[in-house]
Design a protein around this ligand. Sequence first.
Ligand code: BDR
Ligand code: CA
Length: 326
Amino acid sequence: RGAASKGFANMAQKIIIDTDPGQDDAVAILLALASPELDLLGLTIVAGNVPLDRTLQNALTICELARRPDLPVHAGCDRPLRGALVTAEHVHGASGLDGIELPVPRMLPAPGHAVDFLVETLRREPAGSITLVAIGPLTNLATAFERAPDIAARVARIVLMGGAWSELGNVTPAAEFNIHVDPEAAARIFASGAEIVVLPLDATHKALTSRDCTATMRETGPVGRAVASWTSFYERFDQAKYGREGAPLHDPCAVAWLIQPELFSGHRVNVEIETEGRFTRGMTVVDWWAVTDRPSNALFIRDLDRDGLFRLLSTRLASLDRNPAP
Ligand code: BDR
Ligand code: CA
């Protein structure tokens, strides 16, 4: 098992990552596995960047790359609460994890649906002890909260990558991908009363890889090589779209916030999810200037220390390549 079980368990924060891997999801999962501050209880998988069968297979591939075939990986919802699934092969490639050829995973998914795993784990562990890190569409979380309304109050907090304020949409002019795929689920989560930390595009578009950082990672070993290949793959898409160098490491920001929150800054605000708008469905309506009297329901991050973030990432990911196989 990872560092969290080798003596740090008492101080480690227990987390579950809900994810749709995705290259940046992969980096987020690896960062969590490399960090003794976090005790990763399992992955719950959702359809998003690619359909569920692919996101599930990618999650297993990532666990094997990190030499963690023991980590429970539960398949979850294969479509949003309403309407058809929207995917992003144009960004992430047909597999969702294009960029490097990795062995077909031998480990199997854990038995039981992701939603059941979320409900059972949150009910079993002490209230307030588990943080949910949500880095895909929020379908699994919303389904769990609907099925078991008591669990919202048992969550320590939800740290999610999604939405935008000043950077607005990356899929439609108004909506960011994770919220766009399942606005109804997002609306339920933001109305749930759980403590929420949001890592929106405003922040994650500042978490851009650099040539130096990618070159250094490529040399550390199999994990570093995979990460460098993944980020180089999807950098092309962002470069063509935004005309700037570097791949935005959206999802790792959510994990990094838990490890070093001092790298980030934001405000507590009210966030509502637009589920109806003809042009704005999936938009996060952020009351940044407090112009309404709607109560705050989230800490909304807008800035980060890019150098600090990449120092954290490269040291932690390199440690996965240094640790001998168990
Ligand atoms: C989000 O959408 C996905 O493509 C990424 O994995 C990230 O979670 C960014 O909008
Ligand atoms: Ca994701």
